[in-house]
Design a protein around this ligand. Structure first.
Ligand code: DQA
Length: 143
């Protein structure tokens, strides 16, 4: 099973950005965690991070016919990007939304998740573990 894990803007700044919210672990720590969990589940994982909306849209489109599912933390684009929502709908792959923090308990502008509308599973406010849970969910989607 091939799964694309996508991370949006500023997630490459983990370990530096707003540590009181996102903790001390770095983006490298996150990718190592994802690879370890994927390997344990027998998932062939590709991890992609971009600070650019169009690059995220392009990568979702490329996943069509190539990946069996998408796990996405669109970061700030969660709350603004109809383009990412439409791309996820266009490829129509099993999709899971992940957020490190509990966006439902944060500022009002974080209450809407456009990308989440195209996702069948949501792992929110669980830190790195949310990616692990999303990988487990994805493994269960295998037919
Ligand atoms: C985030 C939550 C978003 O609101 C924020 O813009 C992020 C990270 C999270 O993982 O908690 O950059 O997606």
């Amino acid at each position: 099973m091939r799964v694309l894990v996508m991370n949006g803007p500023n997630l490459n700044m983990l370990g530096i950005r707003e540590k009181h919210l996102y903790g001390n672990q770095t983006y490298e720590d996150l990718t190592a965690y994802i690879r370890e969990r994927a390997t344990a589940l027998g998932i062939d994982v590709e991890i992609f991070q971009s600070n650019h909306e169009g690059a995220l849209v392009d990568r979702i489109q490329q996943a069509y016919g190539q990946a069996d599912g998408i796990i996405i933390n669109p970061a700030a684009y969660t709350h603004t990007s109809v383009a990412i929502l439409d791309a996820l709908k266009a490829v129509s792959l099993p999709a899971a939304e992940v957020h490190l923090t509990d966006i439902s308990q944060r500022e009002p502008f974080r209450q809407v998740s456009y990308a989440g509308m195209a996702c069948q599973a949501h792992f929110i406010g669980m830190g790195f573990e949310g990616y692990g849970k999303a990988l487990e969910w994805m493994a269960g989607q295998k037919t």
